[in-house]
Design a protein around this ligand. Sequence first.
Ligand code: NAD
Ligand code: TYD
Length: 340
Amino acid sequence: MKILVTGGAGFIGSAFVRMLARETDWHIVNFDALTYAGNLENLAGIAESDRYRFVRGDICDQELVTSLFASERPDAIVHFAAESHVDRSILSPEPVVRTNVNGTFTLLEAARRSAIARFVHVSTDEVYGSLESPLEATEEFPLNPSSPYSAAKAGSDLLARSYFITFKLPVLITRASNNYGPYQFPEKLIPLMIANAIDHKPLPVYGDGMQVRDWLYVDDHCRGIRSVLEHGREGQIYNIGGNRSLPNLEVVRRILELTGRGRDLISYVTDRPGHDRRYALSSEKLMNETGWRPEVDFETGLARTIEWYRSNASWVDRVRSGEYRTYYELNYGARAEAMS
Ligand code: NAD
Ligand code: TYD
């Protein structure tokens, strides 16, 4: 079995590659452009393996993608590569539409000219948009995205599905809730708050902090994707949720407790435009069809994640140097000023 993983140097993709290297004898080709979010340090332990190959490249590069499919002849593709952050998609939508929509299109086109047996498209619960309590999205829910990020993901989901319906490409789509865990770039809520708390820096809470997200430990997500890859039905969509909904403020308070910091570090800042109030989804279909379950409860996962960030301060320092500072100033500078 040879598997092509796109975005395998990012947070979830690298966890997936590490899992496959640990648990299978498959050959893995990791295709990644190494944007600000891609980091080969995440794969240091397996770089030398003769079952692993890294190819640096852009999923929008039609020539390169076509030649990669021709030379590697993968049996399956798991497509993670994306611009994955909502705030960046608000500050600068162009690369988000380019990578998430055009990049996915380029991969689908190359795949339909190959003999690929599985195309797993990794998507998000954000395509369902904000849901009133107690609703939980099933896979049949209408798509109602709010941000350029989630709209571009929804666009790529629809394209992927159209390739199954029209060209019989064996596409499967996964839609996961918010992930957390080691190696997550400190722009998303949990790693940003942990890194700031460790450094005694303010924790910027958007709006009233009562927005709700469902938290999924990254390794549970990766096991879910593997279940879909191996046991899912072609053309189907599978939700993957953590079954743990919490308001942001509660998450932030727990991080402060576990890092031994006081609540005085909480800083309420201007809300995100178009901020989705609540995401929630049902993973019944995946559970019923494959027996998958989330295994890491939030308390264990959060403690493990904080421990990882404490023990990997140099990783955090390196990813927070350079471009991160410009982004931080752009996203948070104006917010804090507006509140003061
Ligand atoms: P990430 O931002 O950590 O990593 C993205 C990776 O894609 C990086 O390695 C980057 O270099 C690569 N990449 C970006 N543009 C590329 C391009 N044009 N060509 C090739 N490589 C490119 O993202 P993540 O959090 O690991 O998310 C992975 C996937 O999972 C995404 O598709 C995202 O939409 C989806 N997802 C994420 C979450 C979450 O909570 N993070 C939840 C559900 C679904
Ligand atoms: P995020 O991790 O960006 O994921 P998403 O927006 O894709 O769900 O944000 C999770 C929640 O945390 C979301 O409601 C926005 C909020 N948030 C903050 O309050 N402050 C922050 O600095 C960040 C990054 C997010």
